[in-house]
Ligand binder design. Structure first.
Ligand code: AMP
Length: 130
């Protein structure tokens, strides 16, 4: 069965899209740790990031770098933190989170609750910087 992220790529489930290329897709995390929290995924459905082959993993990280550079321009922060967890959705994804301090990327903390308009504004800013 297709993962929820494959359905997002196909447009069957809505998302706040950031960017896409032939092999990758990026969109805002719906339960963000910080404004701009973005997920970067390969279009190929592979559950565990370290099961990607070397070429796929390298290209995923390079795509994430481009997204992170756009986020840096769009969101005031010290840097973009990167994390991989993957316990919830069995489709490889890199979390990119704007951070100012270590605890900003602590996944146990309460997530932000943003309005549709806030998500749309943030996504547009990052897209414009991409
Ligand atoms: P994990 O697999 O533990 O890395 O967490 C999966 C992440 O995907 C969580 O941060 C969720 O908030 C996020 N997520 C799950 N469903 C969606 C969705 N439909 N749109 C955007 N983000 C999602």
């Amino acid at each position: 069965m297709a993962t929820i992220f494959s359905k997002i790529i196909k447009g069957e489930i809505p998302c706040y899209k950031i960017a896409e290329d032939e092999m990758h897709f990026a969109f805002l995390d719906i339960n963000p740790l910080a404004k701009g929290h973005t997920l970067v995924i390969p279009k190929k459905e592979v559950d565990y990031i370290f099961k990607l082959d070397d070429n796929e993993l390298s290209r995923l990280v390079l795509f994430a770098k481009k997204v992170a550079e756009a986020m840096e321009k769009a969101i005031p922060c010290k840097r973009i933190g990167l994390s991989v967890i993957g316990l919830e959705v069995p489709h490889t994804h890199i979390h990119l989170v704007p951070i100012n301090k270590e605890s900003d990327i602590y996944f146990g903390k309460e997530k932000l609750s943003l309005t549709k308009e806030e998500f749309e504004t943030i996504a547009e800013k990052i897209r414009d910087a991409f």
